[in-house]
Design a protein around this ligand. Structure first.
Ligand code: XIL
Length: 360
């Protein structure tokens, strides 16, 4: 359904080229009828995850936690690992140079702590959600701003996050070389290694992650991610994990065996793996809503089951949890990609995920 306007700064649209989305105007979505039990009538997903020794995560926004009882309740009941969907990115933290606002991220960290959940920081270096003033800097100035940003943000959250997405989406979709970004232009290819080193200095204990999309299975882009992280490890760069975003459509996604093989080859490098931003689009499937949601259930089940079966895979994070708040609606068009419907009713997708965590 809809993402709050506050979460949608202009132009922050990821993976459009690869995923075929559009940023055009969207028609208001049709509300989904609540088919299943309410969010508070089912066994907590996090209980199944704890028994499985894998984390279950969701991306959230602080105003929802503060203002919507069902949003906060469902988050706390079902998840044990939170990401900030937007509020720990560079732009919201430092809209004006030198004036930092950590209030959104801090509120999410406080909520996580109060509810016995862990936090993943997201994301220190990304070519989107960059404050506009950064674009006006000379290369030497940008280097200073880049270093300050990583030191200050990772330092601010030191000891309060279990992991950081340090570099996000640095591989180009077509050339599979490094994406042409202001960071590459101003700092050169070494900016990735530098980011990890700076993050490690600022937070000695966090797991430091490279995160990307369309690198879930086997293919040119995942080969490029593999080569990148292998090269970083060979140079002694402190990287500990790879995040596979998993923004997929139920009508087409990488073969499950390829996802498993990809996780295994990353694991063989000594890295942890996580599914970092999962959602499953169903708008373009044939059939009525019940049929589409049933297909969605099996996709969620099967993909999460890959993580459960792979020792290197330590968590699955969903990019939101209710169809009332999803970036998909504004990026790809109206859809119902998450585990709970817009009224916080349990969807078949939830059951699919729970079954996978329970090994069923
Ligand atoms: C998206 C959020 O969902 C939106 O609310 C925000 O406006 C833009 O960013 N890949 C990522 C995430 O790594 O940070 C993106 O999140 C989705 C794609």
């Amino acid at each position: 359904m809809r993402v709050p306007a506050a979460l949608l700064p202009a132009g922050l649209v990821s993976c459009l080229a690869a995923c075929g989305g559009s940023n055009g105007p969207t028609t208001p979505p049709t509300p989904t009828p609540s088919a299943g039990p309410a969010w508070n009538e089912v066994t907590p997903l996090r209980d199944a995850a704890a028994a499985r020794h894998k984390l279950v995560g969701a991306a959230v926004f602080s105003s929802g936690l503060a203002a919507e009882a069902a949003y906060a309740g469902a988050a706390a009941r079902h998840f044990d690992y939170l990401s900030a969907e937007y509020e720990m990115k560079w732009d919201p933290i430092e809209k004006t140079r030198g004036v930092q606002d950590f209030s959104g991220g801090d509120a999410i960290v406080a909520f996580a702590r109060a509810n016995g959940m862990q936090m993943k920081g997201h994301a220190l270096v990304w070519h989107q959600a960059v404050p506009s003033w950064v674009g006006t800097l000379s290369a030497p100035e940008l280097r200073i701003a880049f270093e300050d940003h990583i030191r200050e943000v990772a330092g601010h959250y030191r000891g309060r996050v279990r992991a950081w997405d340090v570099v996000n989406e640095a591989i180009d979709d077509t050339s599979f070389g490094l994406r042409d970004t202001i960071f590459l232009r101003a700092l050169g290819a070494d900016y990735i290694a530098e980011a990890f080193r700076l993050a490690r200095q600022a937070d000695p204990d966090a797991e430091l992650i490279y995160n990307d999309y369309s690198a879930e299975g086997m293919g040119g882009k995942s080969d490029a991610v593999y080569a990148l992280v292998k090269g970083l490890l060979q140079r002694g760069v402190p990287i500990g994990g790879v995040g596979l975003q998993m923004h997929i459509s139920a009508s087409g996604f990488p073969p499950l065996a390829d996802m498993a093989a990809n996780m295994r080859r990353l694991g063989a490098l000594g890295l942890k793996v996580n599914i970092s931003e999962m959602d499953v689009r169903i708008a373009n499937l044939p059939g009525n809503l019940a049929a589409r949601e049933e297909t969605q259930r099996s996709v969620y089940h099967d993909v999460v089951a890959v993580c459960m079966a792979e020792p290197a895979c330590e968590s699955v994070t969903f990019w939101g949890f209710t169809d009332a708040h999803t970036w998909i609606d504004s990026t790809f068009g109206p859809d119902d990609p998450l585990l709970f419907d817009a009224q916080y009713g349990v969807k078949p997708a939830f059951d699919g995920v729970q079954d996978a965590y329970l090994g069923r």
